[in-house]
Design a protein. Sequence first.
Length: 344
Amino acid sequence: MHMTESPRPSGAYTTDQDPTSYPYDGTTYGSMAYDGYPPPPPYAPGRRERRAKRPAVLLTAVALVAALVGGGTATLVGQLNSGSDGATGSSGAVRGTTVSQSSKGTVAGVAEAVSPAIVEIGAASSAGRSTGSGVVITEDGEIVTNNHVISGAQQIEVTLSTGKTYTADVVGTDPDKDLALIKLRGASGLKTATLGDSSQVKVGDQVVAIGSPEGLTGTVTSGIISALDRDVTIAKDDSGGSGQGRGTDRWPFEFGGQQFNGDTGERTTTYKALQTDASLNPGNSGGALINMDGEIIGINSAMYSPSSSASGSGSTAGSVGLGFAIPVDTLKADLDTLRAGNGS
């Protein structure tokens, strides 16, 4: 806040400062004649005190103006206007999110606000253990993820951003949309994500991806939306190969008549996807694609990762900027089906 220098308080002038002397004995004026004009009035009582207070009033006004300009101090304005000590309105946060006004539009602000609602999912099956990601949508532990992350799982363990772990049960799956809903046992008071509107997404919009690639919990990457309505074909289950969440393996998908990351198998489904160049790697499946207001606009589901060896050693190269996410509007339209346990 810019400091402003207050005007120096001024009081009544003394007679030796005034070029015209007005003798005054406290009761009556002296014998000086005023040619019919009334004698000058005495200085009003308390005048010095009122003038001394003016700088304080000015400083208060400056503080209010600064508070109005600075989004981070909007709470001060609310307290001064309401006279309350602890009540804060919504002016200090972006509507529908916990991204502070001063952090709006920054990757750091989005990551800080949304990371607590992104979890790591470990799914154990007879084929081994997979690692994926999920998005918390209710305080009592409903979590959205990809169907291929938990497909065939016999036991599901979820780790929060705090490190606390829960056991989870499958509520419902929709292999046609590659979506699944799981529920934590005994959870309450969890941080939840805000579901946005994917119909408003435009090519070139900045986005943030959060998930657990290669088991690295809470990894944040950023990029843009590079295309809309991509027809992506994926396996309905893990029969076509290992899921994207399976350690260093890759989730196979088809695009433009070609297969990537392996064979998708015989049972496939196709959906319209958001394409992003935000770095996605194995383990990002089921995690969040987020706009700069901190709202979920997609569930990350597939990525292209070319093999680093033509000999088929099983190793993979990193992300090349071709990632795909299920639009959040598809998820919102499917939630009732998932909660009812249908589609599984």
